[in-house]
Design a protein around this ligand. Structure first.
Ligand code: FAD
Ligand code: SF4
Ligand code: SF4
Length: 397
């Protein structure tokens, strides 16, 4: 795109100057001039009463030979020598994608003395593991990780790069994409290969979760996505699987890394591992009061389950954010999900609708959650849950 002023039509009224949200237009005598801070938003095109500003398509020539890019890469995020669970999910999904485009599945591992983790990555399906080992990579820092992984991307040219949408993945992914001059789709919940074009179709919630957007990156490589933890199936573990280790050259010069880790302070709180839970008992505003979570905890204890919550309860201060399930909370995929007093807003469903079985308890038979649920109980949770607990007690006797 390009924004141009048609000199002959410009009357010098300066309406465009006042309307440009980016202060990108100045008047040179009686002529409007578009400056370098123009974002091509198009507001001035609409506002000029004399049709003196036009937006034109400029054909961008991409000189990148995209056919040179091969392989699906998964960023094997590790912390303190432990691979993050989302990596196994990315390997599971990456395997399917690699099979569909007939390429290999690789993992990229950064850290210090982390070679021993390669076996775990092979056992989860990686055929090749690129390892960058250096003291400076011991703790994650944007500059250091970006430098080594970008160098590897330049050298080995992967077709697809997947990262977990963790704090680290969300920081690293965009930096790599900018360096590689490619696109990145953040927070994907679904990935598939276009059967004809063989490019990656990256789907993510958009507009507050009200619709799903599928984004493609046809002309640039690698195609990059961050993927929400807990959404994809984990790769099968098979100890007999082996692969190739490729050591990456790592060298840092003065000024390469602009930050220094002085101290790491870990917050001490009961970490809620909802993504790994097989059963989740979740509560919503139908609980009526914060103490309602004590009843849910009772049921959860009986079932060996974790307690989840809707955002409304978190916003009300009834329970900590670490329990929140949904679009702006954790995405879960347990065997059984109890939704107690939860209406089933789209933003909540986005985080739990892939559960194997959903059991909803709600007083309102028209509540949307009952449409998604496999089993719906229309009733007051303060009567239904104690009855379930009683029945479970009988089974124990
Ligand atoms: P309500 O909608 O108030 O529903 C309460 C339900 O309890 C009702 O269906 C009612 O019939 C039932 N009920 C009442 N009394 C009883 C009883 N005694 N027994 C049984 N049932 C009873 N929400 C999330 O959960 N997670 C998110 O991540 C999230 N992200 C969001 C992001 C954005 C950008 C926006 C705009 C919203 C987000 N929300 C999220 C909020 C979401 O839209 C809903 O407002 C929220 O999920 C509603 O919570 P709720 O179901 O607990 O409450
Ligand atoms: Fe010229 Fe149109 Fe801007 Fe007026 S609004 S100064 S006519 S370009
Ligand atoms: Fe300003 Fe947008 Fe017009 Fe550019 S396209 S000059 S940013 S109003």
């Amino acid at each position: 795109m390009a924004i141009n002023v048609i000199d002959e039509k410009c009357k010098g009224c300066s309406i465009c100057v006042k309307n440009c949200p980016f202060d990108a237009i100045t008047m040179e005598g009686k002529l409007a001039v578009i400056g370098t801070s123009c974002t091509e938003c198009g507001v001035c095109v609409e506002k000029c009463p004399f049709d003196a500003i036009e937006k034109t398509e400029v054909e961008k020539k991409n000189t990148q030979d995209i056919s040179a890019y091969q392989g699906v890469w998964v960023f094997a995020e590790q912390r303190d020598g432990k691979i993050m669970p989302v990596v196994m999910e990315l390997l599971g999904e990456g395997k399917k994608l690699a099979k569909e485009i007939g390429t290999e599945l690789c993992a990229v591992l950064c850290g210090h003395n982390v070679d021993f983790l390669a076996d775990e990555l092979f056992a989860h399906g990686a055929e090749k593991v690129y390892i960058a080992d250096h003291g400076e990579l011991n703790t994650y820092r944007t500059d250091a990780y970006t430098k080594v992984i970008y160098s590897a991307i330049e050298k080995y040219k992967p077709e697809i790069v997947l990262l977990g949408a963790t704090h680290i993945g969300r920081d690293l992914g965009p930096c790599l994409a900018v360096k590689a001059n490619t696109g990145l789709t953040a927070d994907c919940t679904q990935l598939e290969i276009d059967p004809v074009g063989k490019y990656l179709k990256q789907t993510r919630p958009a507009f507050g979760g009200n619709l799903m957007a599928t984004i493609v990156c046809k002309d640039h490589r690698p195609q990059m996505s961050t993927v929400r933890p807990g959404v994809m199936d984990k790769a099968q573990y098979d100890r007999s699987l082996k692969g190739e280790v490729v050591k990456l050259e790592v060298e840092f010069n003065d000024g390469d890394i602009r930050t220094k880790v002085i101290d790491i302070v870990k917050t001490v709180k009961n970490q809620v591992s909802l993504t790994d839970a097989e059963i989740i008992v979740s509560g919503g505003m139908g609980l009526g009061k914060p103490e309602g979570f004590e009843l849910l905890q009772k049921l959860a204890d009986k079932l060996g389950a974790m307690v989840g919550a809707s955002r409304a309860c978190v916003d009300a201060g009834w329970i900590d954010h670490s329990h929140q399930i949904g679009q702006t909370g954790t995405t879960v995929k347990p065997k059984i999900y109890f939704a107690c007093g939860i209406s089933g807003a789209i933003q909540h469903l986005a985080g739990m609708q892939n559960s194997d079985y959903i059991i909803a308890i709600n007083t309102n038979e028209a509540a949307p959650i009952l449409e998604t649920a496999d089993f719906g109980i229309v009733g007051d949770l303060y009567q239904v849950i104690p009855t379930i607990i009683e029945e479970l007690d009988k089974l124990e006797e």
